[in-house]
Design a protein around this ligand. Structure first.
Ligand SMILES: [Zn+2]
Ligand SMILES: [Zn+2]
Length: 237
């Protein structure tokens, strides 16, 4: 199955990504992508724009050149209580909130598996983040089983990130396989994202498609608009 919904992408509002939103949309359209989540990096990443840039997505149309563009943010986890770098105005603006562990000075050291696991479990329980991103990252070891069980319990999706299997976060692949096996066991929702930082990578889910082959389609947010919107609406209740 080829998925035509991409739930993780970046524009050059953050300088380590290189394409405009219009360029990403054009590339999405060319590939037949129907829904693209514009998941802007949260304000605490070192090269993120001012938080106004995230909130001002409310001026964007729902459809751009026929593509449904979801206003989104990729929040940074600040501490083991699961606090995030986004305030209420961002939460109210965004239609999709993804989040996870990134190298930001506020979070401090990253190799502590107990701290990292506690942080992600609290993010899941706090109820703001819809999708936990790139858990395969070996820079932030976590207890996968505890996280997958909590994700199922709290109706939070686990992301499989195409970038982690190709050009980013080297060493993620075996961890993603472990994570996927646990998903098969506990059956949480899963989400696929390109994590594109350049337009040609938008909608590129080829490696994650192979990895999650055989997963129950009802539990994959990218299977259909209905699956995705039903999930997001259930999260907003
Ligand atoms: Zn990035
Ligand atoms: Zn990202």
């Amino acid at each position: 199955m080829k998925f035509l919904i991409d739930l993780h992408s970046h524009t050059n509002t953050t300088p380590h990504a290189y394409s405009t939103l219009e360029e990403n949309v054009r590339a999405a359209k060319k590939k037949g992508v129907t829904i693209l989540a514009n998941t802007m990096h949260g304000p605490l990443l070192q090269d993120s724009p001012h938080w106004w840039a995230i909130v001002n997505q409310r001026t964007l149309p729902k459809y751009i050149d026929g593509i449904r563009v979801l206003k989104g943010v990729e929040a940074n986890v600040i501490n083991e209580e699961g606090a995030l770098d986004i305030g209420q105005m961002i939460i109210d603006t965004c239609e999709i909130i993804i989040g996870g562990l990134h190298s930001i000075p506020e979070y401090g050291s990253t190799k502590d598996i107990v701290k990292n696991t506690k942080a992600i479990l609290n993010v899941i329980k706090n109820g703001i983040v819809d999708i936990i991103v790139h858990l395969g990252n070996p820079a932030f070891p976590v207890n996968y089983e505890e996280i997958v069980i909590a994700a199922k319990k709290y109706n939070v999706a686990i992301e499989f990130n195409n970038g982690s299997l190709t050009c980013s976060r080297t060493g993620s692949t075996p961890n993603c396989k472990t994570l996927f096996d646990l998903c098969l066991k506990y059956k949480p929702f899963i989400s696929l994202g390109s994590d594109a930082h350049f337009s040609t990578l938008v909608g590129d889910l080829r490696e994650v498609e192979k990895l999650i082959n055989g997963y129950d389609e009802k539990l994959i947010l990218n299977t259909s608009e209905n699956n995705l919107m039903t999930f997001l609406e259930s999260r907003r209740k």
